[in-house]
Ligand binder design. Structure first.
Ligand code: KG4
Ligand code: ZN
Length: 385
């Protein structure tokens, strides 16, 4: 297994990402488009410009950005790993769920490399990759220092419970084994990341990286009492989520105060009236983040109860997906999990948001049990999807 070397490609949403990972979990390279320059243009600015214009992901524009980024990102990943395509054992690529125009760019690139260099190809489910990357993080090769100092869990085995929280999905999944999952809960409308993004947009915050980090940055300093939001689905004693109602509460609170801090959000010394306005918006963000996370905690506690009835041997709750990089989310869920005598496993933030490592690692897991496709023909027709 240590000899395996897999390239992972991820293009399901707005980041073009690639990574090279070894079978023992060692990350040989990891690249996202915003770190790469082509012809003196930084792709960071391409993405920032698109997000600023559209306040979210516009499929056609995102596809163009992926097409621009895919070759340099994959090249950079191989270059950083000091390898060429000939050193690879297989290529793994996200095949869904996601924007089909965007997925296509990654799949085409993966098939091109696999066809040209006669490599097997592993199609990866994006959400499974968010969950399974937690197993890579618990291997000694992923970070020797953290492993030795016992700062990371030693070996994450099946079965475990996973909460996956991103821009498009909110899932509670019981992972029995590789490829065997029971869904305990999902969102009935919006995902939590979508609510973070819209809150940031309506408050006129800096959206260049995505809304979540912008809301997190200021949310902890706010006055919780200035705005009150109710927790979603209190009366539903299940493990499903709903964020559309909370989103509406935030929008109405903002509209009623006619708040927009966009112009001032980068200034450190505020004139007094703006300071007062800002305190109110901090209240909205704080209250929003607190209630959004309270909903997660409540659902997780019930899911742990359900999961223990089905799989009494579970010891871990994995929390992954973009929103899991939020420190308040991590701290609150850590508390909830410990109260139930389980351990929280959260990948480092760079592996929580979309990345190539999770795809490469999930590719490795499936490859090792023989789940992969043979190399496509070298003269692969363009239209295969
Ligand atoms: O997993 P991900 O990178 O992409 C999807 O699969 O959707 O998740 C992106 C989502 C975005 O909605 C973004 O606002 C949110 O994760 N996010 C955060 C934070 N970092 C990213 N939300 C809250 N706090 C953060 N620090
Ligand atoms: Zn994702």
């Amino acid at each position: 297994k240590d000899d395996l070397i897999i390239l992972g490609i991820e293009t399901s949403c707005d980041d073009t990402a690639a990574a090279v990972v070894r079978g023992n979990g060692e990350i040989l390279s990891q690249v996202v488009s915003s770190q790469v320059k082509i012809a003196f243009i930084s792709l960071y600015y391409v993405k920032a410009d698109l997000l600023a214009k559209y306040g979210g992901v516009a499929p056609k524009m995102a596809e163009e950005a992926h097409s621009l980024a895919i070759d340099p990102v994959v090249q950079e990943a191989l270059h950083k790993a000091n390898l060429t395509e000939r050193d690879l054992s297989a290529v793994a690529v996200t095949i869904g769920p996601g924007l089909s125009l965007c997925l296509r760019v990654g799949v085409q690139k993966a098939r091109k490399i696999a066809g040209q260099f006669n490599l097997p190809i592993v199609g990866v489910h994006h959400m499974e990759a968010h969950a399974l990357v937690a197993r890579q993080c618990c291997l000694p090769a992923s970070n020797v220092f953290l492993f030795m100092s016992r700062l990371i869990e030693q070996d994450l085995r099946f079965p475990f419970l996973a909460l996956l929280i991103s821009g498009g999905h909110n899932l509670l999944v019981l992972a029995h084994n590789l490829g065997q999952y029971t869904q305990l809960g999902t969102t009935i409308d919006d995902a939590i990341g979508e609510a973070f993004d819209k809150t940031a947009k309506w408050l006129g915050l800096d959206m260049r990286r995505s809304g979540g980090p912008a809301v997190e940055k200021l949310a902890l300093e706010g006055d919780a009492e200035s705005v009150k939001f109710s927790t979603p689905m209190k009366q539903h004693k299940d493990c499903n989520f709903s964020y559309a109602g909370l989103k509406t509460q935030v929008r109405l609170a903002i509209e009623s105060k006619n708040i927009n801090v966009g112009k001032y959000s980068n200034i450190t010394v505020f004139p007094v009236p703006i300071f007062v306005l800002l305190m109110t918006t901090l209240g909205a963000k704080w209250a929003f983040q607190r209630v959004a996370v309270l909903h997660l905690e409540e659902r997780c506690e019930r899911a742990i109860e359900w999961a223990l009835k089905i799989e009494p041997s579970i010891k871990h709750l994995v929390v992954s997906g973009g929103v899991a990089s939020n420190k308040y989310v991590r701290a609150r869920l850590d508390r909830a999990v410990k109260n139930n005598s389980l351990q929280l496993v959260c990948p480092p933030p760079s592996l929580c948001t979309d990345n190539g490592v999770m795809v490469a690692w999930t590719g490795i897991e499936h490859f090792c049990v023989g789940r992969f496709d043979p190399p496509p023909p070298a003269d692969d027709p363009e239209d295969f999807m």
